[in-house]
Design a protein around this ligand. Structure first.
Ligand code: GCU
Length: 342
């Protein structure tokens, strides 16, 4: 059931709950617990849901019960674009969000969202493992939007799927209307690859494909099957056009209002959260492929990826030429690619 805006607007900042009401854990002497809401747009089976739950449990333990986290899956708190606004306002404390959505707040986030920029998921994990070199980017929205990027995790490798036919060459995309995430770079990417881009939030995609408003979309295998797109778009083609991150966001003022020790405890949990989400995604992708195939989905891996790479090259060059920060960030990607080839 969706939480209404009215309900949300009544829950400004953190909610203090008596420990008895939270089902135990916590500080001796009956202190109160602050429960952070963590918004998530996918199902409970997704590893980011599990990483969020584990984060809550570990935070509760590390802060003697002063803090915990409740994860709201399935867009219960709204789609990613709306939820980001709520995290910025502080009415929702935390959210998992797609990297593309952040481009609307700071276009420099585009570097890690460009097509074919990472050679492997291991290269991406290597760049995201160390927050320090990324701090200029990750902290860039603190003053203006009160948004802190706590950690980046892998959102897998994205590929095109559709209801019409397998994609092998860019010509096969001609005339196909595909959902993309809500950002200029995602629109430019699919148009450069040969398709027609239709930006929309994740939750609307299934029925848009089912009713023929869309021919397909692009995503990893976990979203393809987890959100049942495999029922309505049977052809999944390994274009491998993006290895893109998701980010865990938190309202900066709420983070800063924690005591130094509690904040440090929360930040210290980020590597574990990354690991749970990244390892879990790999398992979940395998389960998703198996299930999608069992209901008739067809995966083809004979795609001419070089042809797609060539088509997106100009957009990548233009994006990276914009400023020095983007070039520095791209330098990290290149180092990681050299150490973690495809
Ligand atoms: C990903 C990602 C999500 C995002 C989604 C999308 O798979 O994990 O954060 O919602 O793609 O395409 O919108």
């Amino acid at each position: 059931m969706k939480l209404s805006k009215v309900l949300l607007s009544g829950v400004v900042g953190t909610i203090s709950l008596g420990l008895a009401a939270c089902g135990g854990g916590g500080s001796e002497g009956g202190g109160s617990q602050t429960m952070f809401k963590l918004a998530f747009n996918q199902t409970e089976e997704h590893p980011q849901y599990q990483a969020g739950v584990a984060l809550g449990e570990k935070l509760e333990e590390a802060t003697d019960g002063r803090y915990s986290i409740k994860v709201y899956p399935n867009e219960q708190l709204g789609n990613q674009a709306d939820v980001m606004q709520n995290v910025s306002d502080g009415t929702v404390e935390m959210a998992w969000t797609a990297a593309a959505v952040l481009e609307g707040y700071n276009p420099d986030f585009v570097v890690f969202n460009l097509p074919y920029v990472f050679d492997s998921m291991a290269a991406q994990a290597a760049v995201l493992a160390d927050r320090e070199p990324l701090a200029e980017l990750f902290d860039s929205l603190e003053e203006s939007k009160s948004l802190t990027v706590m950690a980046g995790v892998s959102a897998g490798t994205r590929n095109v799927y559709n209801s019409k036919h397998p994609i092998v060459t860019p010509e096969d995309l001609n005339g196909l209307k595909l959902r993309v995430q809500q950002s200029d770079s995602q629109v430019a990417m699919i148009e450069a690859m040969g398709g027609i881009a239709s930006p929309m939030s994740q939750g609307e995609v299934y029925s848009a494909i089912q009713t023929g408003v869309l021919d397909g979309a692009e995503n990893n295998e976990a979203v393809y099957d987890g959100l049942k797109h495999s029922e309505v778009a049977k052809y999944f083609s390994y274009t491998r056009h993006m290895i893109v991150p998701d980010y865990l966001l938190m309202n900066t003022d709420i983070l800063n209002a924690m005591s130094d020790d509690d904040r440090a405890a929360l930040l210290a949990l980020m590597p574990e959260v990354q690991q749970i989400a990244n390892d879990g995604l790999i398992d979940y992708i395998n389960v998703s492929i198996e299930h999608a195939e069992s209901i008739g989905a067809q995966f083809n891996d004979d795609v001419d990826t070089d042809a797609f790479k060539e088509l997106v090259q100009p957009m990548n060059e233009a994006a990276l030429a914009e400023n020095e920060l983007r070039q520095t960030l791209y330098g990290y990607v290149q180092e990681a690619n050299a150490a973690n080839p495809a």
